[in-house]
Design a protein around this ligand. Sequence first.
Ligand code: SF4
Ligand code: ZN
Length: 708
Amino acid sequence: MSVLTDLIYGGSHAVAGLTEGAVNDAIAKYGADKAVAFPDTAYFLPTIYAATGVKVKTLGDLPACVGVLKSLITDQEDLGQALNAGLATAVGAEILEALKYAESDDPYADEAGIGFVSDPIIRSLGVPLVTGDIPGVAVVLGKADDPADVVNVVKDYQSKGIMSFLVGDVIDQCIEGGVKMGLEFRVVPLGHAVTAVTHVVTVAIRAALIFGAIEPGKLSDLLTYTKERVPAFVNTFGAIDNVVVSAGAGAIALGFPVVVDIDLGENQVPGALESVTDHSLTVKKSLELRNIKIKVTELPIPVAFAAAFEGEIIRRSDMLTEFSSHANPTCELVESVEAGSIEDHKITVVGPDIPAGGELPLATYVKVAGAKMQPDFESVIERKFHTWFNYMEGVMHTGQRNLIRIRVNKEAAAKGLTLHHFGEVLYNMIMDEFDSVVDKCEVTFYTEKEKVEEILNEKALPTYNKRDDRLASLTDESVDQFYTCILCQSFAPSHCCVVTPERLGLCGAVSWLDAKATKELTPTGPCQPIPKEGCLDERLGRYTKVNEVVEQATQGAVNSVTLYSILEDPMTSCGCFECICGIEPASNGVVVVNREYAGMTPTGMTFGELASMTGGGVQTPGFMGLGRHFIASKKVISAEGGVKRIVWMPKELKDDVADRLNKTAKELYGIDNFSDMICDETIATDTEEVLEFLTEKGHPVLEMEPLM
Ligand code: SF4
Ligand code: ZN
């Protein structure tokens, strides 16, 4: 037997033995009926569920799984067989980790690691992964001989937007090395035990179930999906034992190449298991093996610029300068002008700059010109300021238009960051992302109160008003084309969003204007026009042309889709939806639940469980993914009666959409303060009590026709 297969089988047997012992001990201690589950997932023990279809719910379900696990370890001298033994190790690790959750509600409470990654987090990663904003996923495992090596590698991934999951002592090494950690920084510590690697394995596996609609039990479909669609790879640091090698074999079985930093000599498997002993080459090699291409944006600014800094929070005590609409006038404006009236790449700062410190007013005024530029694209460009400013390390941006806050921390200011650099960021990013419509761009910052007020009152506010009027007039009736969006097909191959003026994409990130701009920017890209032709049923929003284009866009998977119904050929869901809408039979209405809400709903299901009812590009009557903004639309499930059907929402979501929802209800049905009639978790989650509340409030759903 080769050294490699020897190691793999050795590790697999060790893990199998450990798992069997631990399962028996746990059953002896707690009894076979004791529940075993990971928190906030609808996929049980995901590896076992996806590979075999078995829904593990109690300790008593585990011995059979141990049996399957052992059967995967054949000790045959064949790499394919050895990789199966690697999968057995993955299953063993999953069981061992699940047992921790059977023993304690929060086994990771005292750890630097977070342990199990919930379904909503995975769903939230959908859009950044499909857009390439997160170009890949690194699993970094072990203990580096020289901590600086792993720190540099992880920081390099961070600067490239790659999401790193850390397992083992590398966690402490990275913390000590000053790596900023957390989901928002794209460096996620999982746990110290090698079995914690299961928490990233199940992320990949649940991606297949959530987005790929892979049927549980179809192991080969699962492995094809993870190999082809999940851009993950593994880096190990330091000495490796047979358990690590065997876990690595599991990763390889899933299609994830493994790069180790010790010399494996002839035991390397080209493309799957390779040695890179020079750490300055680890990142390059890893990306090559997974064919991940990084678009580098080299900007002439003194701080780092990367998606990994997008979620950075800057506290008052750390900041030097703040531009905030709470204290001063502020605004951001993109205006399209005649090419002759601007000077390309001119950046001007009028008034005190960042080094002055304290509270300052700010008008960010960007003039663009281009033969293909349209006023409709101004707001699309302007909304990107938020993302780009946040990419700067040491800068935090919130809000838009004239309600913004920008904080710059002392560290960034000490590195010499000024507004001129903000201008470089805007100029370079606009020319990069909007190059097909913008030929020239000029940026001016005003920080003197009077001047800011002038820009705000004379230019910004009138423009915002004009845009609002335009948006209000943009209805599904007023346009002659809709758009497809198939961005999510890289994860959900048969999914297609139909984006209309009143119905944005279910991820919440693609409005009709965005889709229109995308079409202009990348003519053969994910957003293609659908001529609004062949209306078959106005109430349902059924069009021959929509059906045709969707059928084409989904390679025949979906051939009939309606725009306004949740029951009759509803739109498909990919998995990254902001909210899920589901029927609540007892009240004859629907609940709408946002991804952030972790509690129970009157349907007896959590967000994660409701979400698992649909997804993967499949149509599931009764369940539908929605963008937040669509909830208050006049078109939301209008075929079934519209917003009047909404009986329950989490309070945060309800408060967020209340104003717009009330306006819609008033306009359509003459109902005042409709949101007060909608129940939430602070009132009730039990169906009986919800019904009582609805009756007390005289909710209109009680008078409506039965949904089904
Ligand atoms: Fe994905 Fe639809 Fe959003 Fe496009 S609009 S990114 S397909 S969810
Ligand atoms: Zn999606």
